[in-house]
Design a protein around this ligand. Structure first.
Ligand SMILES: *Cc1c(COP(=O)(O)O)cnc(C)c1O
Length: 427
């Protein structure tokens, strides 16, 4: 408990007045009275994202087929252009990033490219807390090579059910491991792994390493190129607010440029020869080589507008505010909800947590339903986790304060008891 902590509404309002990023809230559509703390699952729509999508629709209307080469954002090079604009968020060079596919498809692509089992080095190293889609992808990648996932997919266990220890992950990087795929931030607890340390350990052992950045892109800065991370992949619809099903992204370190994509298609091609229609692929000499087919222009377009906001706000300032807001939320929880059965699922140090707070509670599912009724949008993850994400671009300190006030009321009145202990279809 912080002795000097001030839990008053006045303090929350003062924090908002001092916040030099508060103006960005105006850029978003925010429902009056509704406190949206789920931007780590689906970011809210910004006016710029909406405008960019409308522009893409207008380009289709006005240019037809010529939209591939004409207009403000020619579709033929949009994926590379968006990659260049995303690169500062992951600490990469402009041509090391491309906006394409989805998280899971990109993981398939990168595993197909970087997983090269030889002799006794056949295993893929992952962890027990990883998002299921990533695990399914890795299991199927092993299966199509005739390898049994039970034997060849290592999932490093968690000691406490919520977090991982870097030393456990490193200890599992044995001579049998051919590829490592780990999350940057764990989707449930919000633990931020030490990517620099893990990458250094993997490099020492000569094992390629890639990260799933779904829960860190747009929330924390990265230095992928400098750390020597081999590859990474992510979705753009969480912290980057690119809309439901928005096109994803991937990064490949330039030392791997020239490698043939594991899953090839005509958009893997060098752009200047793509329309030669030759049956021999000449892969692009950039991360662009890891695209497959025609880009999903309408699903990528909102990102054009969204990324402008990130360029203006700056990822370092956003991270600073995010840390301040999650700290404030944690302080409020400790101060206001003491003795009500809550604990934190993540490490509480700044260097070890991502953009959301993970509240663990036996009644998490019913409390989440109550919160929704009270106009607070959380995110429940089975069996006992409530994720709360104040988003630096659009959440105010006053909203964080008000969300905890409503949560306290729910707990005092045992309001959640009116619900069934059962999760919704999408939770
Ligand atoms: C959201 C998320 C995904 C989603 O993958 P899609 O292919 O975009 O459906 C994958 N992995 C992690 C860690 C996620 O948080």
């Amino acid at each position: 408990m912080t002795r000097s902590f001030d839990p008053s509404l006045e303090k929350a309002k003062a924090l908002d007045r001092e916040d030099d990023l508060s103006g960005f809230r105006e850029e978003f559509y925010i429902r009056e009275g509704n406190i949206y703390l789920d931007g780590n699952s689906l970011g809210l729509m910004s006016k710029r994202a909406e405008a960019a999508l409308s522009e893409a629709v207008a380009a289709w209307r006005d240019y037809g087929i010529d939209g591939w080469t004409d207009g403000k954002y020619p579709w033929f090079t949009l994926s590379e252009w968006l990659g260049e604009k995303t690169a500062p968020l992951v600490g990469a060079e402009a041509d090391e990033v491309v906006v394409t596919g989805s998280t899971t498809v990109n993981l398939h692509q990168l595993t197909s490219t970087f997983y090269r089992p030889v002799e006794n080095r056949t295993k893929i190293l992952a962890d027990a807390l990883t998002f299921p889609s990533d695990i399914y992808a890795l299991q199927s990648q092993l299966q199509i090579r005739g390898l049994d996932p039970e034997e060849h997919l290592i999932r490093v266990p968690s000691r406490d059910g919520h977090t991982l220890r870097e030393e456990d992950l490193i200890a599992a990087m044995t001579e049998e491991v051919a590829l490592i795929v780990l999350p940057s931030v764990l989707y449930r607890s919000g633990q931020l792994l030490d990517m620099k340390r893990l990458t250094a350990a993997a490099k020492e052992r000569g094992i390629p390493i890639g990260f799933d950045l779904c829960h860190s892109i747009g929330a924390i800065p990265h230095r992928l190129s400098e750390w020597g991370v081999d590859f990474a992949f992510w979705c753009n619809y969480k912290y980057l607010n690119s809309g439901p099903g928005g096109t994803g992204g991937l990064y490949v370190h330039r030392k791997h440029f020239g490698r043939s994509p594991g899953l090839a298609g005509w958009f893997s091609s060098r752009k200047d020869v793509q329309f030669d229609m030759d049956h021999r692929l000449t892969p692009a000499a950039t991360a662009g080589a890891f695209q497959i087919g025609t880009p999903h222009i309408l699903s990528a377009a909102p990102l054009i507008g969204s990324l402008e906001l990130f360029a203006e706000a700056g990822i370092d300032r956003l991270r600073k505010k995010s840390l301040s807001q999650t700290r404030y939320l944690m302080d409020l929880v400790e101060h206001e909800l003491a003795g009500m059965g809550f604990s934190f699922g993540h490490p509480t140090e700044d260097e070890r947590r991502g953009g959301h707070v993970c509240l663990v509670h036996d009644e998490a599912v019913r409390i989440s339903k109550s919160l929704k009724e009270y106009g607070v949008v959380p995110d429940f993850r089975a069996p006992d986790v409530i994720r709360l994400a104040p988003i630096a671009l659009y959440t105010s300190y006053t909203e964080v304060w008000e969300a905890v006030r409503r949560l306290k009321k729910i707990m005092e009145e045992k309001h959640y008891e009116k619900y069934e202990k059962k999760r919704g279809v999408v939770a």
